[in-house]
Design a protein around this ligand. Structure first.
Ligand SMILES: *[C@@H]1O[C@H](CO)[C@@H](O)[C@H](O)[C@H]1NC(C)=O
Ligand SMILES: *[C@@H]1O[C@H](CO)[C@@H](O)[C@H](O)[C@H]1NC(C)=O
Ligand SMILES: *[C@@H]1O[C@H](CO)[C@@H](O)[C@H](O)[C@H]1NC(C)=O
Length: 419
């Protein structure tokens, strides 16, 4: 039988439609495709979770029809709409606008003040210190977009020293100083990046230039032979959401990812020119890369399809890359699960929490995958690139869907006749 892939992003409004894509499935793999249709696919399924997913999916599948919210009709919601408190510093600059738009389309009432009764808190920064007063006594229906202790996943220092296969070689200073010197001796010419948790910028150094006494910093091997597309270094941002700790439920956004390119060609390499090797705010978007432009702009492929098609054309095994990405993400969560459980014990229940993060990966010339960092509160602002609007709204909508927040509105109207 033929089955046209329906997408979870298809609320009303063009912007929520992911780019065209269809998949043919046989009866046998129908279930798998349905899971993927939710946008986010569950990593590491077990039987219990699969059962849950099916139920959730069936519930959501029905939701597609009754909720048709047209932009502009959200000012006067019917009944008592659920309330979302969107919280962040300098919120007036609009960097959380897409979060607001998606919540409003779903029928939520949006406030930026915590002094009302709220159902969902979407806080840009980690809220468990600054907003602790609001979080100590959560009601069962209240949901917060972070997990206590999520730094176990997103903290650069902790991540760097996890000894994952997919992590560049890393040494803690001063603890691992001897090991570093030994490794550097065996691998002359290696370049290094010294980081600490507060410091975002990166600078490449030779071993002699490193500060081997800087307490609390860590030193990471620089991946000096990255895979290039049109001579540019790039990274792959993969959106991941954890919706439950016990049992552990982690979803990866399956049908789209963020691809960011450095603004200048990588070779000839120059360590004093970060535009060659750092993906920063003023990165080059995919639609400006000549070899990708046509697929993306004319063929209307998604970012991820564009990348996959290009890579296949070059003879690379794309399935391998995405498999490595899956297993790396899963490994991070499995490894940090006990710490997260521990951090959660301070709260009555961890069922109140969910969290979206972005895993940033890069590939080297041999297609070896490296996890560079995990971002808490990934950037969802289109102040710089309006072209990311579709991706960001798709991400937010799917987060709300797998965390069962989108269905809060549906529950409100459940007495209304369904088709
Ligand atoms: C988000 O990214 C854009 C560039 O894409 C940048 O201009 C902006 O400062 C970033 N916002 C935040 C909050 O990091
Ligand atoms: C891509 O989208 C544009 C605008 O929606 C449309 O005009 C064009 O025909 C589409 N191209 C293909 C190949 O589907
Ligand atoms: C591509 O990689 C996948 C996953 O590692 C593997 O199963 C498959 O055989 C590979 N395909 C080719 C053509 O090498």
């Amino acid at each position: 039988m033929d089955f046209k892939r329906i997408h979870s992003g298809s609320l009303s409004g063009e912007s929520l439609h992911p780019r065209k894509k269809s998949c043919r499935v046989t009866r046998l793999n129908l279930l798998i495709c349905m899971v993927l249709c939710a946008g986010f696919a569950l990593l590491g399924l077990n039987v219990y979770q699969l059962h849950q997913m099916r139920e959730e999916h069936l519930l959501h599948a029905r939701e597609d029809h009754p909720i048709t919210i047209v932009e502009g009709q959200v000012d006067k919601p019917m009944g008592n709409p659920p309330v979302v408190w969107i919280q962040g510093k300098r919120i007036e600059t609009g960097y959380l606008n897409h979060v607001k738009i998606v919540f409003e389309r779903l029928g939520f009432f949006v406030t930026h003040h915590g002094d009302v009764e709220w159902d969902v808190l979407w806080a840009h920064d980690y809220p468990f210190v600054t907003l602790k007063h609001a979080l100590v006594d959560l009601q069962p229906h209240q949901r917060v977009n972070h997990f206590p202790g999520s730094g176990y996943i997103t903290n650069k220092g902790i991540l760097a020293t996890m000894q994952l296969d997919a992590f560049p070689k890393c040494f803690r200073i001063p603890k691992d100083r001897d090991k570093l010197e030994e490794y550097a001796k065996l691998n002359p010419g290696t370049m290094w990046v010294q980081k600490n948790n507060n410091h975002r910028g990166i600078r490449i150094k030779q071993i002699e230039e490193l500060d081997l006494n800087s307490e609390g910093s860590f030193i990471q091997e620089f991946i000096s032979k990255p895979l290039l597309i049109d001579k540019r270094k790039f990274d792959i941002g993969v959106y991941v959401v954890m919706t439950s700790l016990s049992p552990l439920r982690v979803y990866m956004l399956e049908d789209e990812s963020l691809f960011r390119f450095c603004p200048e060609n990588y070779y000839p390499f120059d360590k004093d020119n970060v535009n060659k090797y750092v993906v920063h705010d003023a990165y080059t978007p995919m639609w400006k890369i000549p070899s990708l432009q046509q697929l993306y702009t004319e063929q209307n492929y998604s970012f991820k399809e564009t990348f996959n098609r290009y890579m296949k054309n070059q003879g690379y095994n794309v399935s391998k890359i995405w498999e490595d990405i899956h297993s790396t993400i899963l490994a991070v969560y499995l490894k940090k699960h006990p710490s997260l459980m521990q951090a959660g014990t301070v709260y009555k229940s961890t069922r109140n929490f969910f969290e979206l993060v972005r895993f940033d990966f890069m590939l080297d010339e041999n297609l070896k995958l490296y996890l560079m960092e995990v971002n808490m509160s990934p950037n969802l602002s289109t102040n710089h690139f309006m072209g990311n609007k579709r991706l960001y709204q798709h991400v937010i909508y799917n987060v709300l869907r797998v965390s069962r927040i989108a269905s809060m509105v549906y529950n409100q109207f459940s007495n209304i006749k369904r088709c």
